[in-house]
Design a binder for this molecule. Structure first.
Ligand SMILES: [Zn+2]
Ligand SMILES: [Zn+2]
Length: 313
């Protein structure tokens, strides 16, 4: 089960109930945090995210609204004696940002932190989970991220394995892990002989800030959840293009073409108040759309079922 928690749904200026951007993806004891907008540390607390969990932080780009919460979050983890190491990934400027924070505001941590200036491609993996950085079209270097979980095989079929006289033990493990094996009698067994077909991957896309772009369009193909910025409505499409953002209509069209299950619109300009103009514009094109709100939780099961709950803490 994946749990996606919107910690900050605001864009540019934080307003009541809409903090700066931060999206937490929780899976098998991991906290994967995408962007760390101002005050993310208190949002973390509100959802009991756990400051000592296994954690990786992915920064989309070096605009202030996406990173100002990072030193505060690291400091809070230190004050609460986090011991586990932690990795931060982002555009190359993130390395200088952390170094300057260490030198000027004496940001020290009780735990080992490694900061990676990345380029596009797979940046993180754990078992069957991968995070890929996608270079998007904003201003300067900017990434979106794809979280993908792909099991190497379907369910292991014990009866089939017994029927084929495959000795129980490491060979079963290899086959279940997607490896072919050769038995002592010379027979070659491939995973598909003793497993159900591979399930569809689970895919979650986070756009960061971007104009509508092909890299997100491709990565979103059949995605379960696409979390995309929608800074403007189409009445301000000139501004969107000039400032490197998307309109709600742009994103809805992208989501429709990509056949995503759920589109979550985030990072809309405070000029749209409660965002009703943004959500209604998107829904005209793609009805499976919701407007991100702070502390919204999206549960995504490994068979692709989605449920949404909203806490108004
Ligand atoms: Zn932004
Ligand atoms: Zn930006």
């Amino acid at each position: 089960m994946f749990e996606i928690i919107i910690l900050g749904s605001g864009g540019s200026i934080p307003v009541e109930g809409r903090n700066h951007p931060a999206v937490l993806v929780r899976f098998e004891g991991w906290n994967l945090l995408f962007d760390a907008g101002e005050d993310v540390q208190r949002q973390y607390e509100r959802v009991n995210a756990g400051l000592n969990k296994r954690t990786a932080i992915f920064i989309s780009h070096m605009h202030a609204d996406h990173i100002l919460g990072l030193p505060g979050l690291l400091l809070r983890m230190s004050l609460l004696d986090r011991m586990r190491p932690l990795d931060v990934y982002g555009p190359p400027g993130i390395v200088d940002f952390i170094r300057v924070s260490q030198d000027t505001i004496h940001l020290g941590t009780t735990f080992e932190s490694t900061v990676y200036g990345i380029s596009s491609g797979t940046v993180f993996s754990f078992d069957d989970l991968q995070v890929e950085a996608l270079e998007v079209d904003h201003r300067g270097i900017a990434f979106g991220y794809k979280v993908e979980y792909q099991r190497p095989t379907g369910t292991f079929l014990v009866d089939k394995a017994k029927e084929l006289n495959i000795p129980k033990g490491p060979l079963w493990g290899k086959l279940a892990g997607g490896e072919s094996v050769t038995l002592k009698d010379g027979r070659e067994i491939s995973p598909i002989d003793v497993t159900e077909p591979k399930p569809a991957p689970i895919r979650i896309i986070y756009s960061g800030d971007t104009r509508p772009c092909d890299v997100i369009r491709k990565a979103s193909k059949n995605a379960n959840v696409l979390i995309h910025e929608a800074m403007y409505s189409s009445s301000h499409s000139d501004l969107a293009d000039k400032r490197g953002h998307s309109t709600a209509k742009d994103v809805a069209e992208l989501a429709k073409k990509a056949n995503v299950d759920l589109l979550v619109l985030t990072h809309y300009s405070p000029r749209y108040g409660d965002g009703s103009e943004i959500i209604s514009e998107a829904k005209e094109t793609f009805s499976n759309t919701v407007l991100a709100r702070d502390l919204m939780k999206i549960n995504l099961s490994l068979d692709g079922n989605i449920s949404i709950t909203q806490s108004d803490d």
